[in-house]
Design a protein around this ligand. Structure first.
Ligand code: GRF
Length: 180
């Protein structure tokens, strides 16, 4: 099978990175992970290193210079698809248009509800009884590109940590499926 070259951008725990890695071990998965980009030292960075992926930690740079370096790395690795997985930087419209329709993001809300940060806190304070997550194409506006996949589940407790753990279990199944 001719596989697409993937890059994961991450700044957090790396559960979605791990899910994509595990999915890619399956011979039927149409992508192979080529490079992981992190903008800060984080568990996802350590995970990528421990899995022996080409990994770049690029911190303390303004977005323009960050993107110049990242773009070169992506070209070098012949990347076809970028998967943002808990990546805490907003990419510039220039970068997004260079990689038009080739950047996915996973956002922890049922978009178009609750774009932006702190979605779990917003769900809890809204009193909503459902929560979920969305994989979408990244466009120049925050969390508003075409929706490719979603799930929803019942909110049964007000415990923030439980909610986050719960959502990630579903996300870790959804993201590889959407990439496929
Ligand atoms: C996920 O909940 C994702 O929806 C959000 O950031 C979190 C990243 O989690 N964008 P992880 O680092 O993949 O565990």
């Amino acid at each position: 099978m001719n596989k697409a070259n993937l890059s994961v951008f991450a700044s957090g725990k790396g559960s979605n990175l791990l899910a994509i890695h595990k999915a890619s071990l399956d011979s039927d998965f149409p992508g192979q992970l080529k490079i992981v980009i992190c903008n800060k030292f984080c568990p996802a960075f350590e995970l990528a290193k421990s899995l022996n992926y080409e990994t770049k930690l690029i911190s303390n740079l303004d977005i323009k210079n960050f993107e110049i370096i990242v773009h070169k790395e992506l070209i070098k690795q012949k990347v076809d698809l970028i998967c943002l997985a808990g990546f805490l930087r907003v990419l510039s419209p220039e970068f997004v248009s260079k990689w038009n329709n080739k950047i996915l993001n996973i956002h922890p809300s049922i978009l178009p509800l609750f774009p932006g940060l702190k979605t779990h806190e917003k769900i809890l304070s809204s009193g909503s009884k459902i929560h979920g997550s969305t994989v979408h194409i990244v466009n120049e506006k925050l969390d508003s590109g075409k929706i490719l996949g979603q799930f929803a589940f019942a909110v049964k407790s007000n415990n923030l940590d439980l909610l986050i753990d719960n959502i990630k279990k579903y996300e870790n199944l959804l993201y590889p499926e959407v990439i496929k």
